[in-house]
Design a protein around this ligand. Sequence first.
Ligand SMILES: Cc1cc2nc3c(=O)[nH]c(=O)nc-3n(C[C@H](O)[C@H](O)[C@H](O)COP(=O)(O)O)c2cc1C
Length: 329
Amino acid sequence: MSTTALTRSLVTSLVEDAVTAPSMHNAQPWRFVHRTGPGTVELHGDPLRGMPREDPDHRALHLGCGAALFGLRVAAVHRGLRPVVRLLPSPGDPWHLADVRFDGPDDADSDLGVLHDALSQRHTSRFPFTEELIPPEVTDGLRAAALLEGCRLVVPGAWHTDTVMDLVHASELFEAADEAVRAEIAAWTRTGAAGEGPDTEGIPSYAFGPRQYDVSSPVRDFGAPRQVPGRASARFERRPQIALLGTVDDTPEEWLKAGQAMHRVLLQATLDGLATSVMSQPLEWPELRSAARDPGSTAGFVHMLFRLGYGPRGRATPRRPVSEVLAFG
Ligand SMILES: Cc1cc2nc3c(=O)[nH]c(=O)nc-3n(C[C@H](O)[C@H](O)[C@H](O)COP(=O)(O)O)c2cc1C
């Protein structure tokens, strides 16, 4: 298919699928531009949607944009296109994160189409999971999904899981003691109180899940800073099944790769019948992040903590209308 054959409605539908991606606090820090001449879709990061306190280097912002890029690739293949991605194509503009052409070789990303249904089914679940163990062949498939995007997925054993849980607890204490971090979270959560930001972005209270009786699972409590009327408490899984996504280096290019790998793992897990959550809470503090890695692994830098299992998948959260994030140039 020729690249110039992309119609506005086709590009709009690709971007509609892309923006189902997860992003930190649902800030949706992305912008897309369709260049009709060369037939490319550009992805730009939006630093105004960054988190200066929790993500001063914009690593999480890149992860969210990488996830949206992966969604765009899946959507394109689903519609018979052959996406080819160039990361960071403008050396003078660090916010121009990627260009996507649609005239790749016949086999470009050809295996991604099967993930399309999972785009609308995947949500961050902050609900209790059962103790049912994930079969090893499923975790093997998730490791392979990360590898296909040039990243490593580490499924920690018992001692490493305990270490990560200790880091989660430490990060909760750090967060509770840091007024600026709490203010940032409050600015991106929606409880129906007066003065909150637009309801097309941020985390709505129905997605907080119940409060944990004793924090056995790494689920972040977005309702902690304020009272959410009617919010229940529940006992979560005692033995959380987690995984860590890492890369060898810690550069914007690697962050974009990690974002794509994160989304690929989440979509594959969704197809495999798992409920999923992603958590950055213990990775937002440099001193805790460095302790999260397995010293025996080549994945030197951890980017994301996954929680996987069987349980409620959570509900869809709002997205900004495509007209706000897509321009034609
Ligand atoms: C970089 C990044 C960091 C995130 N950190 C957390 C976190 O610490 N805790 C959490 O519960 N969710 C976290 N999320 C999930 C987002 O809150 C979630 O993707 C967003 O609210 C949209 O909801 P959805 O995933 O259900 O579509 C993170 C997502 C990304 C991409």
